[in-house]
Design a protein around this ligand. Structure first.
Ligand SMILES: [Zn+2]
Length: 269
């Protein structure tokens, strides 16, 4: 409709860009993605343009530049924070939440929902959404957890819905994740290399590493380790330090089949 305000869902924007640019960028994809979300976070159109130019200079591959210039830049006011920040969106920056709910309830399926319809259902069902998506965990928490742990977990479950997850592959020839030392992560509390070192020292076997990245926060990604017994140790250290699972654990639990939840993850206090 001509007068309807249009806003791109960040989840789909990210997916489209990845689909078009990941093959061309290859090993530079992660770096590009991180810099792109920095551009997204620019606080004014002026800053956006400056950061955008830098992005194009850092990634000068002709097909990449062409796609960014022709497809992404012209609609920047539909997705970039410099423009979206001053429009009412009810805080929605992605349809990710309704889509998670879709998988469970089919409430919001179909592309023809208006913003008002999405907002209404979003508000009405946000409580039930956590309930539905994390039903197994919520049941255990209700039965065994104290109020503090329950509330803390609820908040983390809520926040976990806005993360994307990759399973990191071991390169050929590497016998264990411990042999890798390129994991640098400024937003984590401990470097992944140190986390792996601690696991090895305690004879814990890491079977998978997951990269869990927020859909919109530039540079905010964490790398939890999945152990052979199904436990998860996250480099944000909340599980260890506070004794309550972090949002990255819940994000992983949603997407990674086979992860268990046991009440012992919540330490008695
Ligand atoms: Zn974490």
């Amino acid at each position: 409709m001509p007068l309807t305000d249009q806003i791109y869902c960040l989840h789909h924007l990210n997916g489209n860009i990845a689909q078009h640019l990941h093959p061309a960028l290859g090993g530079d994809w992660q770096q590009f993605s991180s810099e792109f979300w920095e551009v997204y976070c620019a606080v004014s159109p002026h800053e956006f343009d400056a950061k955008w130019e830098r992005l194009l200079q850092h990634f000068p591959t002709p097909s990449v530049v062409r796609y960014l210039k022709d497809k992404i830049y012209p609609c920047r006011d539909w997705w970039a924070w410099a423009w979206i920040s001053t429009r009412f969106t009810a805080g929605i920056c992605t349809t990710g939440w309704p889509e998670v709910e879709n998988r469970i309830t089919k409430f919001l399926s179909g592309p023809k929902k208006t913003f008002f319809q999405v907002f209404k259902v979003f508000v009405e069902h946000s409580e039930q959404q956590i309930e539905n998506v994390f039903i197994d965990i919520v049941n255990v928490l209700r039965q065994y957890a104290g109020l503090f742990a329950f509330q803390k977990c609820w908040v983390k479950m809520d926040k976990s819905l806005l993360y994307e997850i990759d399973v990191l592959q071991r390169p050929p020839g590497a016998e264990s994740f411990y042999m890798l030392n390129q994991f640098k992560n400024s937003s984590a509390y401990i470097p992944t290399s140190h986390l792996l070192h601690l696991c090895v020292a305690r004879r814990l076997q890491v079977t998978h590493l997951l990269r869990i990245a927020h859909l919109s926060w530039a540079g905010s990604s964490h790398i939890p380790a999945v152990l052979s017994d199904g436990r998860v140790i996250c480099d944000c250290c909340m599980n260890i330090n506070l004794g309550i699972p972090c949002r990255h654990f819940f994000a992983a639990w949603l997407k990674f089949p086979g992860l268990g939840f046991h009440i012992s993850i919540i330490r008695p206090r």
